[in-house]
Ligand binder design. Structure first.
Ligand SMILES: [Zn+2]
Ligand SMILES: [Zn+2]
Length: 458
């Protein structure tokens, strides 16, 4: 089988894998780069656009995996798009939001390429999306060509425990098999339970390496981090301060809302409104609606019933009074300019009563990254529009990742027993850590870190 890495970057970037297996072709994921702008942030579809593609399979609905799907479908107008049924409920919302964000960036940053696709285009392609339950065998190569006598390869979505609908993808041909982890979390989160990658065996393993450069300190685990965050929230609200938790709209927001709901249920914090963004609310509704189909904890916990969720209206972040302990769980993990999270952070950071709590990654070159690195009481530049500011508020970082700890992933390699591992979706030091450790444990496994645009025969 031949696999081409279409990601324009070797780190997390815009995920897209072009797989050729037994005469059939499959594209796994069609992302956009979280930091590269315009067309530069697209996968290298130019390398494969002449080829006939049978299907596109999407691992989950984060932008780095699905954000360029409409562009991919222009190159491959006959390919069907396969995903889990839970992703099917999310994907159109994600893509329409992406059009809105690109339009805003076009206006604010003068990016002429944007939007890379339109609302109409998203509506048109949606007819070709198909959702499947986990652990069903799907014929992906038989949609537009029937080859009498030939059994075509199949694929199966396996619950990856990373975000609603997330999946690892098992591709089975007649002679060989491939497993792609997508983004995976083996540990239970507050809502979602950990990945169910049981009994996965494959000849080739394509694996994420997000946390390869990160050792979890022995004393820290998800439970201790959650306890620390809970106590921190209690502390700030008790002193009548407000709490800002910037979080991505899909996944992290619902995990934090669930924690708040449990704290209120236990009486540890007072019942009060929780301010969220519009997109966060949309995805929270879908988490609630699909609770019964989801492998999760607290299946009867409906976030919209348990919490008084208030969507911040346009301009409200600038005007509303911040005194009297408010809770904000606001979209924009990186705290980009011209967002409510950016506005609230600017307003809150000067007052030591308030707190800003990070629960996920923020790129060092974003306002969120600048703030994370800022020592208390020392002026720093937040962003071009935010200018020089000084932080006096409380600020902390909590490790509530939705990605697998590196030792869990390393154990997983041992279970899969592949002949070849492709490492991706991680910084260079992360990939190198895995390359070293896999080699030390399993010297016979071939380890490849495909470069951007590189095709490897495996
Ligand atoms: Zn993801
Ligand atoms: Zn990702």
């Amino acid at each position: 089988m031949k696999i081409t890495n279409l990601n324009p970057d070797t780190a997390i970037g815009a995920t897209a894998w072009f797989v050729e297996m037994e005469g059939h072709r499959l594209l796994m994921d069609a992302g956009t780069h979280p930091r590269m702008e315009g067309r530069a942030g697209l996968p290298r579809y130019d390398l494969v656009k002449q080829q006939e593609l049978d299907a596109i399979a999407i691992s989950h609905c984060h932008h780095d995996h699905v954000g360029s799907l409409p562009v991919a479908m222009r190159h491959f107008p006959h390919a069907h798009v396969l995903m889990t049924e839970l992703s099917y409920f999310l994907v159109e919302r994600v893509l329409h939001n992406s059009v809105n964000v690109m339009k805003r960036q076009r206006d604010e940053l003068g990016l002429k390429d944007y939007p890379l696709y339109s609302h109409d285009e998203v509506d048109e392609i949606a007819a070709r999306f198909q959702g499947f339950k986990y652990n069903r065998e799907v014929d992906w190569a038989s949609f537009h060509k029937s080859r009498a006598g030939f059994l075509s390869p199949t694929l199966e979505f396996c619950d990856a425990g990373h975000t609603l609908g997330s999946a690892g993808i098992m591709v089975r041909g007649q002679r060989e098999t491939l497993f792609y982890t997508g983004d995976v979390c083996f540990q239970d989160q507050t809502i979602l339970r950990g990945a169910r990658f049981e009994d996965v065996k494959a000849d080739v393993l394509v694996m994420e390496t997000t946390r390869g450069n990160r050792e979890r300190p022995p004393a820290s685990n998800r439970q201790t981090e959650l306890a620390r965050l809970s106590e921190a929230i209690e502390r700030v609200l008790a002193r009548k301060g407000s709490v800002l938790i910037p979080a991505f709209a899909l996944g992290r927001t619902q995990e934090i809302l669930a924690l708040l709901a449990l704290l209120m249920r236990e009486g540890r914090i007072k019942r009060q409104p929780v301010y969220i963004g519009g997109l966060g609310r949309v995805f929270t509704e879908i988490y609630d609606l699909e609770a019964h189909r989801t492998h999760r904890q607290y299946p009867s916990l409906q976030l919209r019933e348990a919490l008084n969720l208030v969507v911040l209206e346009h301009g409200q972040a600038e005007k509303m009074k911040l005194t009297g302990s408010h809770i904000f769980v606001i979209t924009a993990g990186m705290m980009s300019e011209h967002t409510a999270a950016h506005t609230l952070a600017t307003r809150m950071m000067g007052n030591e009563r308030h707190a800003i709590f990070f629960v996920g990654y923020a790129d060092p070159n974003t306002p969120g990254g600048h703030l994370k690195a800022a020592p208390k009481g020392k002026p720093f530049i937040l962003s071009p529009s935010g200018g020089e500011v000084t932080r006096h508020c409380e600020m902390e970082d909590f490790d509530l990742t939705a990605h697998a700890d590196r030792t869990d992933l390393l154990d997983f390699v041992g279970e899969v027993e592949p002949r070849t591992v492709l490492l991706s979706h991680g910084d260079e030091d992360s990939r190198d850590w895995f390359a070293r450790e896999i080699h030390a444990r399993h010297p016979r496994i071939k380890i490849i870190q495909p470069k951007s645009g590189e095709a490897v025969e495996v």
